[in-house]
Design a protein around this ligand. Sequence first.
Ligand code: ZN
Length: 298
Amino acid sequence: MDLELATRDVVLVTLDSCRYDTACAARLPALSSLGPLQRAESPGTYTLPAHAAMFTGALPRPVQGYVEIEGAPLSSVWRSAAARPRPQDGAIAVVAPSLMDHYADRGYRVLGAGGVTFFDPAHTCNSLPTRFPQFRYFGRPAASPADAASRVVDRDASLTLAHVDELAEECLQAERFFCFINCPCTHIPYTSPAAVLTEESAALLERLYRLHDASSPRPGHRPIDTAEAAVLRRMQRRSLEWADTQLGRLFAQLTHRRPLVVVCGDHGEEFGEWGRYGHGHPHPSVTTVPLWCGVLDR
Ligand SMILES: [Zn+2]
């Protein structure tokens, strides 16, 4: 175990639904400062199983088989003590049911923030936010009406990363912190201050929601064509670039603490590659996600 890594403050960020190729196409100075973009495979195809696995330390795994931090290859950042032993252990052994328990047991302030509905603590069926002693939710109520038109909205202050200054302040008040942030800006409807709705994209997103809800095209549901998929991909890319700007703002406030930072997609998104849309099924565009790891020091 790398003792120095094991005692650092931690920032864990999930870019919800962010495709690997979206990250490849984007300009991401803050994320690139962590280390190289890695092509990884998620253990889950939608938010709940992907985060349930991640919270035990099972992050999306790089396709080439190792995680790179400050130029050093590691088998993984975290490795649950309950996992099958491997010849080479992870950098940090997780000796608790979850990362949150592990760090809380060591006196860290453990805080979380989320924006997709699996993180709404007001919904009694949601387990993910209950794993945190302190959790803030910025999304729409999970129990609110979910017809296609009502979900196609511009988003700014409602996005988790619009609140990075408050989150940084809460981290810095603690002697040690573990901060988890789930970012919905890359999740359908892909809107953010850098990707606002137009008449064309609003109509397209409403159709996409109907295709999502149907799982596969039904009579009367016109598939998304290549040019339309390009509009959606551009919106996700722009929102990812906005996330990068906000993460850069967060990193600037936390750098002096030299935290360990891990940023990844929880799963990707399909724009009709196998005739399907959204996520929750094992197409490579859904299971392949971006991953960055590093220690903030500049
Ligand atoms: Zn998700």
